[in-house]
Design a protein around this ligand. Structure first.
Ligand code: ADP
Ligand code: MG
Length: 353
């Protein structure tokens, strides 16, 4: 029985992105990807949108154009993004920002406060120092880590709201030179929510949005059943799931984990991309968090919240993370050492493993 299940899961895994695996049996049984989908590399990750019978080139164009637009606002790697403008003005000037950037920064500060800084949108200097998502990652020296950490402080990001309904939502100011925003832990969620508002407007009935593992499911499968989203088995090959979540309607599931982006140091040790900023669970500040958590998957109607929570709850560990998720109306699954699965009651109720 177990073996058979495993075989079926493998066969159905047609879209593998990060820690979440979309299981779309209809397309798999035909041996081809559904024609009603499009995949592009944007926002630094592979983005896949399935519109099924509602798929048409104009709508796909609109959705991917929107993603490109969001990249040009939020990218931490591009010099010409709106975010980069705030970073370039660190220690110098408050910068007038769009409503979109203002909204995400406000929400990021909300989670920074809620986690007592375990989640911090000013993590930029530390992310750059480690270079984990780049071609030249390295383990920095202690003095470099200390210097970067000294520039990470959400309380020195000042947001001032503008006049209501003005084209400029307000200003953002990083108070010290060298500080830098990095919204990598929240912005794919915001982007998924933005795409969903287009789906709603276009009256799309069924869709799946997968922005590098940041998933939004819309409607149901054509047979009326819920969608199946597999959770990556942390110890196994990419695409092997440890269990399956059943989801339907308009809901997001977002995952964070040690196997998502990492590099292997000279000492053979793996370094992943989620940073310990507050010494919550025994890990060292300024290093990848090491608290026994292998991955989190957060389920919420707001993908922006699910994204921020997946990272926050990863760093906070199980006990505090369960409380934070519940306080924000989200469900959560944890995979911890020895592949043990823990979760909120609502998440466990829809998870089979
Ligand atoms: P993914 O990018 O794989 O979806 P996450 O949502 O967990 O994963 O975001 C990880 C990214 O968030 C990192 O690549 C980095 O840009 C940023 N980040 C790392 N540590 C933190 C932290 N403690 N607080 C806020 N953002 C972080
Ligand atoms: Mg996240």
């Amino acid at each position: 029985m177990i073996n058979q299940n495993k075989m079926i899961r493998k066969c159905f895994s047609i879209a593998v992105s990060g820690l979440l695996i979309l299981l779309l049996p209809a397309a798999c049984s035909k041996g081809v990807l559904s024609a009603a989908s499009r995949v592009e590399f944007v926002m630094g990750t592979l983005c896949r949108i399935d519109l099924f019978e509602d798929g048409n080139p104009a709508l796909y164009n609109r959705l991917f154009t929107r993603l490109a637009e969001l990249e040009s606002i939020f990218s931490a790697n591009r010099d010409d993004s709106e975010l980069a403008r705030v970073n370039h003005n660190a220690g110098l000037n408050a910068v007038a920002v769009s409503a979109e950037l203002f909204t995400v920064l406000e929400r990021a500060l909300y989670f920074a406060e809620a986690t007592d800084g375990a989640f911090d949108p000013t993590v930029g200097p530390l992310v750059k120092l480690w270079g984990i998502a780049t071609d030249h990652p390295r383990v920095p020296a202690d003095w470099e880590i200390d210097a970067a950490l000294a520039l990470v402080n959400w309380e020195e990001l000042e947001l001032v709201a503008g006049v209501k309904d003005a084209p400029i939502a307000g200003t953002a100011f990083l108070k010290r030179e060298g500080m830098a925003l990095d919204l990598g832990a929240i912005v794919k969620g915001y982007a998924a929510d933005e795409l969903v508002s287009i789906l709603r407007e276009a009256e799309v009935t069924r869709a799946i949005i997968d922005l590098g593992g940041n998933i939004y499911v819309w409607g149901k499968k054509d047979n009326g059943e819920p969608w199946n989203v597999g959770i990556q088995d942390p110890g196994a090959e990419r695409g092997d799931s440890i269990g399956i979540l059943e989801l339907e309607g308009g809901i997001s599931v977002v995952s964070s984990g040690v196997y998502e982006r990492f590099f292997t140091g000279d000492n053979g040790k793996r370094y992943h991309h989620i940073m310990e900023l507050r010494e919550n669970g025994g890990g060292r500040r300024g290093y990848p968090a090491e608290n026994g958590v292998l991955s989190t998957a957060v389920i919420a109607a707001s993908s922006m919240d699910a994204d921020a929570l997946s990272t926050s709850c990863f760093v906070l560990g199980v006990e505090k993370g369960l409380v934070l998720a519940a306080a924000n109306g989200a469900e959560i699954l944890y995979i911890i050492e020895e592949k043990r699965v823990l979760g909120s009651p609502g998440a466990m109720a829809i998870f089979t493993y």
